[in-house]
Write a protein that binds this ligand. Structure first.
Ligand code: GLN
Length: 192
């Protein structure tokens, strides 16, 4: 089934996400203005720099349209800065608070083999770049993976957020899992 997945393309690592989506048979669409969200089956908010991304979202009037998309049940994946954007202090789409640069700054960029709930086939190679962790979260948020006891992959309904960069390692299982959510959602909507 062909699905169209938006990638917020104001700043950051959006092109690499587009390539992974295409490799998995989804149609990526770069999102820069609210009209780009029309008819999307899912959305990825990539890594980058959360302050710059926040300014871009404000400038383009994207905050409310992005919230509405999530509230309508459309799956969203936030990675790294994208996780920060989803938290209570930014778009407020997930019931969590992200701690920015939580592992320290540049010096604390690192890779780890991560066992993630719901992802089979062995650990996922995860690249952390000035990454956030989830400092607090509500009961509706499920923790899928941790580093040093800190949540780095979480899910709330059809919203997925991870601290690392799955688009940089050739790893496709995070995007595959996300696309499963997207395809389920499309099938459900078609059936109702
Ligand atoms: N440290 C960045 C921020 O706070 C996020 C880093 C990333 O997305 N790789 O916005």
């Amino acid at each position: 089934m062909d699905v169209t997945v938006g990638v917020l393309a104001l700043q950051g690592d959006f092109e690499a996400h587009g390539r992974v989506l295409r490799a998995l048979g989804a149609e990526p669409r770069e999102v820069r203005v609210p009209a780009d969200l029309d008819g999307l089956d899912g959305l990825i908010i990539p890594g980058g720099e959360s302050t710059t991304m926040t300014l871009g979202i404000e400038r383009e009037g994207l905050a409310e349209p992005l919230r509405s998309l999530g509230a309508a049940g459309t799956p969203v994946l936030g990675t790294c800065a994208g996780l920060i954007m989803l938290d209570r202090d930014h778009l407020g789409m997930m019931d969590l608070r992200a701690e920015r640069n939580a592992f320290g700054r540049q010096v604390r960029s690192f890779e780890a083999d991560l066992v993630i709930d719901g992802i089979d086939g062995g650990p996922v190679r995860a690249v952390f770049i000035r990454a956030p962790w989830v400092a607090e979260h509500g009961d509706g948020v499920t923790v899928l993976a941790q580093v040093d006891g800190r949540p780095v992959a979480v899910q709330q309904g059809r919203l997925l957020a991870i601290s690392f960069h799955p688009e940089l390692t050739g790893e496709q299982r995070i995007h595959e899992r996300f696309l499963t959510l997207v395809r389920e959602c499309v099938a459900e909507r078609a059936g109702s």
